[in-house]
Design a protein around this ligand. Structure first.
Ligand code: ADP
Ligand code: MG
Length: 698
């Protein structure tokens, strides 16, 4: 067994490499840029570029790329080689500071939602020095942000960095009010737990739905599913174990802190969690993790499915976004403190999150909305589409006591007074782990559980950071003017609890009565689908908040809303077309062939002796003929419904038509096909079944 510490981060131009390969002056200047956002001087950039290139070439790299995250949700890269001709007919390897800092990919075909007219199609990429460069294959990858020449963000990283800055600014104001003058910077950190399925490549290749859409569009329920709960944390099969081992190694080489791995609830489903890190790095790492997961799978004859709902009737895959904020001194602001003052500060940050989640339920909901995730949220396996917060009994009791001004049983004091009393320690409650809450406090962090497995975590964190920045801003504005700091602080915390306690729910989020109560009694939002929530990105209150913190411009918001709805429409349409295709060219012919066999068998029997019973063949034949007819009718209906979409005047109308009509027709076609599958002889069925797929990896 290799020693991990020997090769961990060997493909990363990290701090160790910088220190070893840069002059002290250049290193210090670069550190200032990384740590404090200081402007980078071109001389320093040239020196860094040269060192980076030498290191990369030593590690086998021939090319470099500005690695970025356009709004397609995946990462993009355009490779340039380092070579430059030398007068003697050979080449030298070159890489300048200018090339490091800025790139100009021909990016006209990335979605921009109208932000970048085609004549100025050249968006540019700008180096993000806070995320280390790394080597993938033969290419040095430089993490970058992607913008239009007008300065509008065309990617997910730019607004993420802006939201981190907004939160930093407001959190610092609060910390200074509490006397923490030494704090220079507050950063959010994230640990995303990633779920995925593994199936064999051989079976994957036989299913066009998986190849074109990442999920199965047909498939009858297998005789065995996840009902035995025997997969969760079960023994990992040798082939999967070999996969995980190589995956970990590849991730470690890239400096990704892959930590936990286990089987998940559904058969063939697994999870990987890294150790948390700064949000923009965690985002880069999660994108890379998803990519490497797929690459390593291919080497093992497997396919890694990252779709939110690859199989109907079996749990889908999500991503848990564990989130907290910490100072540059390493203090976690969501960790209850040791002194009364620290506790008051903790409660204020806690309240800021509660208020943020309540005020911006819509933004959090839409930050995780995709066609794929619509199959999970609210489907009794993942959190509901209604956002609520789980705090746990103890913390909840503390907040109630503060609100009412009554004694809290957990302390010996008679009455909670912030800044005076020491709060009890809120230990992470391991006995009562609430797994059904969309937004749970887990001792020193919040876990946002609504993300889909294929989502970039950028969007959720942009909204979360911005909304919390807004709460903190409101608090800071008031506290900075307060005559009596403690009184105002106490009153503000009390008011937050009173105004926002309706979003706190410690019960079972999968319970139908909860949705009723949430919506009818508590007035919480329940946006069930992407078309329901996405247009709220442009609600006045949301635009005002996001633009005031300079996270998005109004134009950027409009373009994003359009792109997200467009993605939704395109995704479902590809699914509809794939279904039509499979039903017509694979499923109907299979059913038909089996009908012929049944008919032939029946007539062969009759030829032997007219009185032999053909009841079995005839009964089945009738049922299958009825289904065959239904398949043909439903396929035509789906096609007609999908065609009507071309008449939609805008993307919002189109998305509503898809939600209201296309998805329903897809469901009807599927029912007929799945029923036919249960009656058709296996040798005729044109592709692997659920049973084959889910239990195929040994
Ligand atoms: P679970 O039981 O939900 O799997 P874990 O303790 O394994 O919980 O943690 C899940 C994730 O939360 C890990 O990625 C871990 O690194 C991350 N995490 C732990 N502390 C923090 C923190 N302060 N901020 C952000 N993420 C954190
Ligand atoms: Mg978790």
């Amino acid at each position: 067994m290799k020693n991990v510490s020997d090769f961990f981060g060997c493909k990363v131009f990290d701090d160790r490499v910088m220190k070893a390969n840069l002059s002290a002056k250049v290193y210090q200047s670069l550190r200032k840029t990384i740590d404090e956002g200081a402007k980078l001087d071109i001389g320093v950039a040239n020196a860094v570029a040269a060192a980076m290139k030498d290191w990369a070439v030593d590690h086998g790299a021939t090319h470099y790329t500005h690695w970025f995250q356009p709004l397609t949700g995946v990462t993009a890269e355009k490779h340039d080689s380092f070579i430059s001709p030398s007068p003697d007919g050979g080449v030298i390897m070159e890489f300048s500071g200018k090339e490091l800092i800025k790139g100009e990919p021909d990016a006209s075909s990335f979605p921009s939602g109208g932000l970048r007219a085609t004549f100025e199609a050249r968006g540019y990429t700008a180096w993000d020095p806070t995320s280390y460069a790394f080597i993938k294959g033969n290419t040095l990858c430089i993490p970058t942000a992607f913008c239009s020449y007008g300065g509008e963000a065309l990617d997910k990283k730019t607004p993420l960095l802006r939201s981190m800055e907004a939160l930093n600014k407001q959190a610092i104001r609060i910390l200074h009010l509490f006397g923490n003058d030494d704090v220079k910077c507050v950063r959010t950190s994230v640990g995303p737990e990633q779920e995925y399925f593994l199936i064999t490549k051989e079976m994957y290749e036989q299913r066009r739905d998986l190849r074109f859409t990442g999920r199965t569009l047909f498939g009858a329920k297998p005789p065995k599913g996840q009902e035995m709960d025997d997969h969760y944390f079960g023994v990992i099969k040798p082939r999967v174990a070999a996969y995980m081992e190589e995956l970990n190694e590849e991730l470690w080489k890239l400096g990704i802190l892959a930590k936990t791995e286990h089987n998940e609830v559904a058969p063939a489903q697994h999870e990987l969690a890294p150790i948390y890190t700064t949000t923009n790095i965690a985002t880069d790492h999660n994108q890379l993790t998803m990519e490497i997961m797929q690459k390593v799978a291919a080497k093992h004859g497997l396919v890694c499915l990252l779709h939110e709902k690859p199989f109907a009737g079996v749990n889908g895959s999500g991503k848990h976004n564990n989130w907290s904020l910490a100072t540059d001194r390493g203090v976690n602001l969501l960790s209850p403190g040791e002194t009364p003052y620290e506790n008051a500060q903790f409660l204020l940050f806690l309240c800021a999150v509660i208020k943020a989640v309540d005020d911006y339920q819509d933004l959090l909901r839409l930050s995780v909305a995709t066609a794929g995730n619509d199959h999970r949220l609210g489907a009794n396996e993942a959190p509901p589409a209604v956002i609520s917060i789980f705090l746990g009994e103890e913390l909840n009791a503390v907040l109630e006591a503060i609100e009412r001004g009554t004694p809290y049983a957990g302390t010996e004091k008679t009455q909670m007074k912030l800044g005076v009393d020491v709060l009890p320690k809120f230990n992470r409650d391991t006995t009562d782990r609430n797994r059904t809450s969309p937004f749970a406090f887990t001792g020193n962090k919040f876990e946002f559980r609504m993300l889909g497995s294929s989502n970039s975590i950028a969007c959720a964190n942009i909204m979360l950071n911005s909304a919390v920045a807004e709460s903190l801003k409101i608090y800071a504005d008031r506290l900075e003017k307060a005559e009596n700091f403690e009184d105002v602080l106490h009153e503000m915390i009390r008011k937050t609890i009173k105004d926002h306690k309706h979003v706190i729910f410690n019960g079972n989020g999968y319970d139908d009565t909860w949705i009723k109560e949430a919506v009818e009694r508590r007035g919480l939002l329940n946006y069930r689908t992407t078309p329901d929530c996405m247009p709220h990105l442009l609600d006045e209150k949301n635009v005002r908040m996001l633009t005031s913190h300079k996270v998005f411009s109004e134009a950027e918001l409009k373009s994003r809303c359009e792109i997200m709805l467009e993605n939704y429409c395109k995704t479902v349409l590809i699914e509809a077309n794939t279904m039509i295709d499979m039903a017509r060219t694979e499923i109907a012919p299979a059913v038909s062939a089996y009908i012929l066999e049944l008919a032939n068998t029946a007539s062969a029997k009759k030829a032997v002796n007219a009185s032999i019973s053909c009841g079995y063949e005839e009964g089945l034949l009738k049922k299958l003929a009825r289904l065959e007819e239904q398949i043909a009718v439903k396929t035509d209906e789906l096609e007609e419904t999908a065609m009507r979409l071309t008449g939609a005047e805008d993307v919002e109308t189109e998305s509503n038509m898809i939600r209201d009509a296309v998805l329903g027709k897809m469901g009807e076609l599927r029912v007929a096909c799945d029923e036919a599958e249960t009656m058709t002889a296996k040798k005729y069925w044109p592709f692997p079944t659920y049973g084959d797929l889910l239990f195929g990896v040994k």
